[in-house]
Design a protein around this ligand. Structure first.
Ligand code: NAG
Ligand code: NAG
Ligand code: NAG
Ligand code: NAG
Ligand code: NAG
Ligand code: NAG
Ligand code: NAG
Length: 279
């Protein structure tokens, strides 16, 4: 009986302590956390890329600090503070290649422009923000590769009626498949020939696929896809004209929001939860 009583007193004390910690946690984190949101997108090697990040804006530009970091990289990717860039702590890898949109910072846009994207720019980035309201951060998984829109033409050189689909730059090596509107679900792998030719920088490749024995009045689609992008080129040849359409879509674009105060609450709850589970 006495043992049970002391046990429940201890329980009450622990729960009370937890509740107090929770209140304190709210008090601290409520003032010191801001929402930061990143959006994942892929970078096209050799072109400019954007690492997207937004935050709750602050009315004073001079109070805003933006820090971009990359996992496994010493120093900073980019820093913006007191209304201007501060590149004193920047890693050499990013020298001369980064910029924030200075006029957009005041509205809560901390996106980073990365010039001349390299394959090695892939990785986990952190967008860290400090304003007069508090601080917050969010991670972003940046993928790099090469992708381009295919162009489909009638291949006049071939012995049979053929179509030729060409896209100048892809990496990693994509899969190529053909489809037609008339024979939906047909497998064209036996009547097509796809080749990959390494471009001069030895990374990206030119994709060429030829589809044999095509018929008039049918719409054919050449579909190129790897783990970062998907592109389609359509063609329809009739007696009087050739119609074309193409489309490029980046895969796995997703937003990730992070509110630091949420973590503060979880940290406070953890000891409470483990106590309740032990009972
Ligand atoms: C941030 O600003 C840049 C440049 O104006 C723009 O391209 C980008 O879409 C903006 N990002 C967001 C999330 O508004
Ligand atoms: C077709 O043949 C001509 C001459 O033989 C050549 O110059 C041209 O590059 C060829 N076109 C294609 C798409 O192979
Ligand atoms: C088409 O057929 C080839 C073999 O002829 C096979 O390897 C391939 O997986 C098939 N593609 C589809 C989409 O079924
Ligand atoms: C195209 O059609 C012709 C005539 O039907 C046939 O002989 C030839 O093998 C076909 N080509 C391919 C690549 O299937
Ligand atoms: C496929 O294309 C390659 C390169 O254009 C050529 O060398 C090869 O003979 C072709 N294969 C077939 C089965 O047509
Ligand atoms: C690409 O590779 C070839 C052969 O391996 C080499 O001669 C050439 O210098 C390389 N080009 C570049 C840009 O690295
Ligand atoms: C293609 O369609 C046009 C118009 O619908 C028609 O006049 C023509 O005969 C068709 N050609 C073939 C080969 O089916």
């Amino acid at each position: 009986m006495a043992g049970y009583l002391s046990k429940s007193i201890i329980s009450i004390i622990i729960i009370l302590a937890g509740a107090i910690a929770l209140i304190i946690g709210f008090g601290i984190s409520g003032r010191h956390a801001i929402t930061v949101t990143t959006l994942t997108s892929a970078g096209n090697i050799g072109e400019d890329g954007i690492l997207s990040c937004t935050f709750e804006p602050d009315i004073k530009l001079s109070d805003i600090v933006i820090q971009w970091l990359k996992e496994g990289v010493i120093g900073l990717v980019h820093e913006f503070k007191e209304g201007k860039d501060d590149l004193s702590g920047q890693n050499e890898m990013f020298r001369g290649r980064t910029a924030v949109f200075t006029d957009q910072v005041i509205v809560g846009n901390a996106s980073l422009r990365l010039r001349n994207v390299r394959l090695t720019d892939a990785g986990t980035y952190k967008c860290h923000i400090i304003t007069s309201k508090g601080k917050g951060n969010a991670n972003l998984e940046y993928k790099t590769g090469a992708f381009s829109i295919p162009e489909v033409n009638v291949d006049y050189n071939a012995s049979s009626e053929s179509l030729r689909c060409e896209a100048p730059r892809w990496f990693p090596q994509p899969t190529v498949a053909w489809a037609s509107q008339v024979d939906q679900g047909a497998n064209f792998s036996e009547v097509s020939n796809t080749s990959f030719e390494l471009n001069s920088e030895n990374v990206t490749m030119k994709v060429v696929s030829v589809l044999y024995n095509v018929t008039i009045n049918n719409t054919y689609s050449c579909m190129i896809e790897n783990d970062i992008a998907k592109a389609t080129g359509d063609i329809k040849v009739t007696d009087s004209e050739i119609k074309r359409r193409s489309h490029l879509q980046l895969l796995s674009s997703e937003a990730s929001a992070c509110v630091s105060s949420l973590f503060a609450i979880i940290w406070v709850f953890l000891p409470l939860l483990s106590h309740l589970m032990l009972k």
